[in-house]
Design a protein around this ligand. Structure first.
Ligand SMILES: Nc1ncnc2c1ncn2[C@@H]1O[C@H](COP(=O)(O)OP(=O)(O)OP(=O)(O)O)[C@@H](O)[C@H]1O
Ligand SMILES: O=c1[nH]c(=O)c2[nH+]cn([C@@H]3O[C@H](COP(=O)(O)O)[C@@H](O)[C@H]3O)c2[nH]1
Ligand SMILES: NC(=O)CC[C@H](N)C(=O)O
Ligand SMILES: [Mg+2]
Length: 505
């Protein structure tokens, strides 16, 4: 039993599934045009029609397959989905005089979807079309100042629509609304992280069969958790490979080896420092750096496959944000090529095993907890595969990496010492190419500027800059300038994501 989410190209479709997972309900995302028999195979108790960039009155507007809306189960249309429901039932949709983007307050609401919800309701909007004429049998159950038809329902046919996005965190009471929809569908909410693990294990077994798997492991949360999952799924057929590309932090190689040993994975460490440094020599463009790193990772895995292989499969701890930022979503833009997705070379000879490809970091952490990953790995801040190369802006050199390593170590150790590490989701130091004038010991200096960045976030798709105490920042600035003589200026990044991203390249 499940809820089927039909995807019409919204950026947020995965978030609908994620909210259902949080509510303990199992859901499946299928393409908007999935045929009826494909949908029926999922035994749906309800259907969600997602948002999307099209307008329902466009010639080529995507539609659910014939028969889908004739099923006698509840249907919730979100944004484009609601507009489609309204149009299909005989209502009308037009480009509205007033578009709504961002937060809007519902001026009134009621009805089944809003049952039990009280007080103000902030709804996150992203639309330029509106339902201008209600179809027969429907009533309006919510309004905003600009949009008279913000939510609709037809109790008899159990068709519901919302113009806003209940699935995003900026609609704080959206979870309750989605829970109400699950209630209307009669969904039993017993889908847990244990179920997800069982399902992932069985999917991996089906995919891998008798094949052998090379696991790309970094000592980070995602690949370490994947190590435990794969050990359960394929056992002996697994070899974990950790690449030291010369872009790691101070002492990281030894720390990772020590941390992974007790997990019982069969670990091989590869020294590929010379290859990475040679390939990155003189390269300053961020995308080019990322592509080269993606390629060099694969070349290093291929070399190991010749030594320890053959391997049919390459397993990576890829998460959904890596995919969507690398333009892996329906119509999504390429923000940056993550080395493990957009940075992969075209001639990849391995088949990829990426069980976490649809999940977010906090969900992987929950899986990690159940699989018994120690907390010091589970709660570690993420560290990107391209490592210090994308934090040393412009062309890298051994000298610059060494400077950055020392700055990073002071900052991260400082966060731990002051008890601030766990309060941030990720912290990093950046070595900028800016040189500026300073005065130290009565001497003129002309040295580099280091930037510090710390953010808070759940899913790494959006983030706030962390409000670290001034005293702490002052101490960090002091220590860095005193201990790293190549730095004479320290700045703190006070930009969120969006508009910035977490890494600087
Ligand atoms: N040094 C490395 N050696 C081998 N594989 C790596 C290395 N760095 C990254 N990878 C691979 O790339 C994937 C993506 O890296 P990413 O940093 O997003 O995940 P992670 O390192 O597992 O977890 P975290 O996000 O907590 O750092 C990893 O899951 C891993 O499969
Ligand atoms: O393994 C990785 N390979 C990459 O190429 C990569 N680029 C960014 N990141 C990490 O992804 C999260 C979001 O980062 P951005 O806001 O900079 O896009 C943050 O946690 C980043 O550290 C990467 N991780
Ligand atoms: N986010 C959406 O689903 C948008 C639907 C439609 N394109 C509109 O602008 O109204
Ligand atoms: Mg990492």
């Amino acid at each position: 039993m499940s809820v089927v989410i039909l995807d019409f190209g919204s950026q947020f479709t995965r978030l609908i599934a994620r909210r259902f997972r949080e509510l303990g309900a199992y859901s499946v995302i299928l393409p908007g045009s999935a045929p009826l028999d494909r949908i029926l195979r999922e035994n749906p108790q309800g259907i969600v029609l997602s948002g999307g960039p099209s307008s329902v009155y466009d010639e080529a507007a995507p539609k659910p397959a014939p028969g889908v809306l004739d099923l006698d189960i509840p249907v919730l249309g979100v944004c484009y989905g609601m507009q489609y429901l309204a149009q299909q039932a005989g209502g009308d949709v037009k480009r509205a005089g007033k578009r709504e983007y961002g937060k809007a307050d519902l001026t009134q609401y009621g009805g089944q979807l809003f049952e039990g919800i009280q007080g103000e309701f902030v709804a996150w909007m992203s639309h330029s079309d509106s339902v201008t004429q209600l179809p027969e049998g429907y009533e309006v159950v919510a309004q905003t100042e600009d949009t008279p038809v913000t939510a609709i329902e037809n109790r008899e046919t159990r068709r519901y629509g919302v113009q806003f996005h209940p699935e995003v965190v900026h609609t704080p009471k959206g979870g309750q609304l989605l829970a109400n929809f699950l209630g209307i569908c009669g969904v039993t909410r017993d889908w847990t992280a244990e179920h997800i693990i069982d399902e992932l294990v069985s999917d991996v077994r089906t995919q891998v069969g008798d094949g052998r798997v090379l696991l790309a492991i970094s000592g980070g949360v995602d690949s370490s958790t994947l190590g435990l999952l794969l050990a359960r799924a394929v056992g002996e057929k697994l070899t974990a490979v950790f690449i030291d590309h010369g872009l790691l932090r101070l002492g990281e190689r030894e720390q990772v080896e020590a941390a992974l040993k007790p997990l019982g994975v069969n670990l091989v460490t590869v020294d590929a420092r010379a290859e990475f440094m040679a390939a990155l020599d003189g390269v300053s463009d961020p995308e080019q750096k990322r592509k080269i790193i993606g390629r060099e990772f694969i070349r290093a895995f291929e070399r190991e496959a010749r030594a320890y292989g053959p391997f049919d499969f390459l397993a990576q701890g890829t998460l959904y944000p890596d995919v969507i930022e690398s333009a892996g979503g329906e119509g999504a833009a390429n923000i940056k090529s993550h080395h493990n997705v957009g940075g992969l070379p075209d001639d990849l000879a391995f088949k990829l095993v990426e069980p976490f490809r649809t999940l977010f970091k906090d969900e992987v952490r929950e899986i990690a907890r159940l699989l018994g990953l120690p907390d010091h790995i589970r709660m570690r801040h993420p560290f990107p595969g391209p490592g210090l190369a994308i934090r040393c802006l412009g062309a890298i050199s051994e000298e610059k990496l060494d400077i950055l390593r020392r700055v990073d170590d002071i900052f991260i150790s400082g966060l731990r010492e002051f008890g601030l590490y766990d309060g941030c989701s990720q912290a990093l130091a950046i070595l900028t190419p800016i040189q500026s004038v300073g005065v130290m010991g009565d001497e003129r200096t002309y040295s580099y500027t280091a930037a510090l960045r710390a953010v808070t976030t759940d899913d790494f798709m959006t983030a706030e800059w962390a409000r670290l105490p001034y005293e702490f920042l002052a101490t960090m600035s002091n220590r860095i300038v005193n201990q790293v003589h190549e730095i004479n200026r320290v700045v703190y990044d006070i930009t969120g994501k969006p508009p910035a991203t977490i890494e600087w390249e």
